[in-house]
Ligand binder design. Structure first.
Ligand code: NAD
Length: 364
């Protein structure tokens, strides 16, 4: 199969982890005889430095022309006071919007060999296996009016959390479809006791649920959900929520998995003529400037994102399973970066890439 992939390493450890993810992808293509074409472009802080904007037009055109996009992370110190459209993170928000990848899927599964890495008790995290489905192109990150005004004690700032029926309906539908292939349970998270926006969310999710009688639906308020995630994570199968709540809850979910460096994600849009969805694949973590370029970053979230891409954008279940099984096997063998608190010497970022490629090679 032909795969035309756009690679956007971005900033900080985005560069470190994407390097290893692309190595694994090349290895898979060689091993299984696929025709892989890689195009690289700029995004984020590096794009501001080299092209004056966090999302150059060429990057956007390449993303629209690619079969799938693989991203590292964006974010660089020094832009905190810049106008929103001159910040690295703006590039990613605009890319998601332009690709119309409205559903961000974040699977959270506890590898048995990482149970000791979680700060929670084994009895709490054991058996956790959920997918967070976060709405990604609407809500408060995009709503208008937004901005700051006034001076001194008259300063004020406003952001707007806005959702329309179609924005909620399409992401809810995707969550129910995913639940059908899993344990058939959707938990929808909102703040409908206070926000009108959440009242609409709640109502639309109920309407979509009526079309999926085989899938159970329950609702949680976001504050209670934040507690339940660490009190009883096994209660969740598919957790569906809006953009801001999903951003926060998925980082909390990362703690369950032992480290934020472990978590992959897929941002998906509508079906293409090929029958597969438009997809942007990136680890959940940010650019971690504190460890960038030091061979300390855990690349497994980025490598796991490649596994999801192979399945969701190309239907390559065997290849995807080969990557996931390689991740399981190296962790069982104790090969892990410092964030997972290994018993012996931590592996470097490149050593993890080496180990994954070797494990794919042996495939046993
Ligand atoms: P972060 O995820 O970059 O880092 C949080 C902590 O986790 C840090 O201590 C970091 O060292 C550690 N960490 C993160 N990924 C790791 C990995 N793969 N291996 C080992 N340790 C890892 O979040 P932050 O510090 O809040 O943000 C840093 C920058 O990243 C900011 O500019 C922020 O805007 C940006 N950011 C970007 C994205 C994205 O590109 N999708 C997401 C979140 C934050």
């Amino acid at each position: 199969m032909k795969m035309k992939i756009l690679v956007l390493s971005g900033d900080g450890i985005g560069v470190d982890v994407t390097r290893e993810a692309v190595r694994v992808l090349r290895h898979i293509a060689r091993t299984y005889g696929h025709d892989l074409q890689i195009v690289e472009s700029l995004i984020g802080g590096v794009a501001i430095r080299e092209a004056g904007t966090p999302l150059p037009e060429e990057t956007l055109a390449n993303a629209l022309a690619a079969d799938a996009t693989v991203m590292g992370a964006v974010g660089m110190p020094g832009y905190e006071k810049a106008a929103p459209e001159k910040r690295p993170e703006w590039g990613l928000l605009q890319l998601r919007k332009a690709l119309c990848v409205y559903a961000n899927l974040r699977p959270i599964r506890i590898h048995p060999s990482l149970i000791e890495s979680s700060p929670l008790k084994n009895s709490v995290v054991e058996g956790t296996d959920m997918v967070i489905v976060r709405e990604l192109t609407g809500g408060i990150y995009y709503g208008t009016p937004r901005g700051r005004s006034g001076v001194g004690t008259a300063r004020r700032a406003v952001n707007t959390m806005a959702y329309t029926y179609p924005e909620i309906e399409r992401v809810a539908r995707m969550a129910f479809e995913i639940a059908r292939g899993r344990r058939k349970k959707v938990t929808s998270v909102d703040k409908s006791n206070v926000l009108e926006n959440s009242e609409l969310w709640h109502a639309v999710v109920e309407e979509v649920a009526a079309e999926f009688p085989d899938v159970a639906l329950d609702h949680l308020l976001v504050d209670n959900c934040a507690m339940q995630l660490i009190l009883n994570p096994r209660r969740f199968d598919v957790l569906l929520t809006e953009n801001l709540f999903g951003d926060i809850l998925s980082d909390e979910g990362a703690v369950l998995a032992g480290s934020i460096g472990m978590l992959p994600s897929a941002s998906l849009g509508d079906l293409k003529a090929s029958g597969f969805r438009v997809g942007l694949y990136e680890p959940v973590h940010g650019s971690a400037p504190d460890i960038a370029g030091q061979e300390k970053a855990n690349p497994l979230g980025a490598i796991g994102s490649i596994a999801i891409m192979l399945e969701c954008s190309f239907g390559m279940k065997t290849e995807s399973a080969a990557v996931n099984s390689a991740i399981d096997r190296i962790l069982r063998g104790g090969v892990m970066t410092a964030d997972l608190r290994p018993a012996g010497r931590p592996a470097t970022t490149s050593e993890i890439g080496d180990a994954i490629c070797a494990a794919i090679e042996t495939r046993s």
